[in-house]
Design a protein around this ligand. Sequence first.
Ligand SMILES: NC(=O)c1ccc[n+]([C@@H]2O[C@H](COP(=O)([O-])OP(=O)(O)OC[C@H]3O[C@@H](n4cnc5c(N)ncnc54)[C@H](OP(=O)(O)O)[C@@H]3O)[C@@H](O)[C@H]2O)c1
Length: 429
Amino acid sequence: MASVTSSRPYHIIIFGATGFTGQFVVEEVARCAAESPGGGSLKWAVAGRSRQRLEEVLKQAAGRLSMPELRTDIEIIVADVSIEESLAIMCQQGLVILNCVGPYRFYGEPVVKACIANGAHYIDICGEPQFLERMQLEYHTKALDRGVYVIGSCGFDSIPADLGILYTQRQFKGTLTAVESFLKISSGSEGMSGHDATWQSAVYGFADSGSLRQLRKKFGHKPLPVVGAKVKKRGFMFFSKEIGQYAIPFMGSDPSVVKRTQRFLHEEEQQSPVQYSAYVGVGGLFSVVKLLCGGLLFWFMVKFSLGRKLLTMFPSFFSFGLFTKSGPTMKQIEDTCFSLTFFGEGYSEGTDPTQGQPNAKICTQVIGAEPGYVATVSAMVQAAITLLNELHSLPRRGGVYTPGAAFHKTSLIDHLHNHSIKFSVRNYQ
Ligand SMILES: NC(=O)c1ccc[n+]([C@@H]2O[C@H](COP(=O)([O-])OP(=O)(O)OC[C@H]3O[C@@H](n4cnc5c(N)ncnc54)[C@H](OP(=O)(O)O)[C@@H]3O)[C@@H](O)[C@H]2O)c1
C-alpha cells in the first residue's frame, strides 16, 4: 500500500462524512481498516464543515460497529467547500480524498481543484455526466501534470455498468461489439427509496441536459468507430423479455461513463469499442402508467425555476415516495438488491468483425446489495483501496478518468467480487 508520512498522515480522508452516504462510507472504511493486514495499517480521517456533527458520526459508527476506539482514534478535519484554505489543508493530509459532498455540480469543483493543487488523489460517487465530463475537459492535463488521479462515478453510478462491460469483454472469446444492459432493482415489503441529494442531482442534471452537447463538442473527439453490426436503440418504453417487465432507457450516467471508458481503451490500448445501450426495468403496467404521469410532470417542471424549486422542496410527493428528505430506512436498505444483466454479441475468435453478422453471444451479470448506499460505498471504498495498493497499474501518472479507464489493469473487479458486488457469466436466454 502507498505509504503515509508524518506530513501526509492519512491514506483516506472521507469528506462529507456527515452526509447520508458519508456515514455509510465511514462504517465501510472502518470495517476495511479493521480487516486490513496488520489491523489498523490503513490510516484514515473524517472531514466536513462541523466538528460536532463529525463527532456524532464517529460516535454512531462506534456504537453500530462495536468499535469504541473510533471515537478517540479517528481524527477530525474541519473543511468547507466555500473556504479554499480549509480544502487545501485537508488535501495536504491525505493520499486519497473520498468526496461525498454533492450535488457535485454545486460543490464538486473546488474539491477537485484542491486535490490537484495539493497532490491528493480524488474519488467521488457522482452520477452527473455534466460534472464528470467537464472535470475531464478542464482538469485532465492539470491532474496529469501534478501526478494526481481524479476518478469520478465510483459508486453504483457507474462501477457496475462500466466494469461489467470490461468483465463481459474479457469473458467473450472473440471481439465483443455490442452490449445491452438491463437493470432490475428488487425491494422488500417497505419498498425502496433514495435520499434527497440524489433527487436534487437529478432535478438539476435534467434541467441542464442540453449543455452536454456543447460540452462534448469542446473535446473535439472523432466519432468512435462502429465495429460489427450497428445496434438499433429500443423505443422509449417496451416490454423486455430479457427481464420479464417493462423497461425504459436508463437515464443515469452509465452510458456516458461507459462510452468514455470505451473511447479511452480504443485510443490508448487500441481495443475494439463496444456499442452500449442501458435499460432499466420499471415493472408492470401500473408502474408504467405511474412513471408516464410522473415523468411528464418532471420533464415539464425541471424547465422552470419555480418548478425546480417545488420539485426540490417536495421530493417525496413528486417522486411518488422514491426519494425522501430522510432517505431510506435501514429495513428498506436491508431488503433491497440489484441485478444488472448484460446481453452481448460479437464475432467469435478467428472471425472478421468487419464482415457479416455477429455469430456469438454472451450473457453476464453483476449483482449486489442495495445499490444507492451499500453497493455504492463498497465500490467507492474498494476503488480507493485498489488505488492505494496498485497505483503502478493505473494509466500514465495521473489524470481525470472513468473507473473503467483508471482500473482496467488492476484487480478491482476481484475485490468487488469478494465484497458486495458479484460478477458472473450466465446462460444466454
Ligand atoms: N453514485 C451513486 O450511486 C450515489 C449514491 C448515493 C449518493 N450519491 C451522491 O452523493 C452525493 C451525496 O449524497 P447524500 O445523500 O449523502 O447527501 P447529503 O446527505 O445531503 O450529504 C451532503 C454532505 O455534503 C456536506 N456539505 C454540504 N455543503 C457543504 C460545504 N459547503 N462544505 C462541506 N461540506 C458540505 C454536508 O455536510 P453537513 O452535514 O455539514 O450539512 C453532508 O456531509 C449526492 O451528490 C448524491 O447524488 C451517489
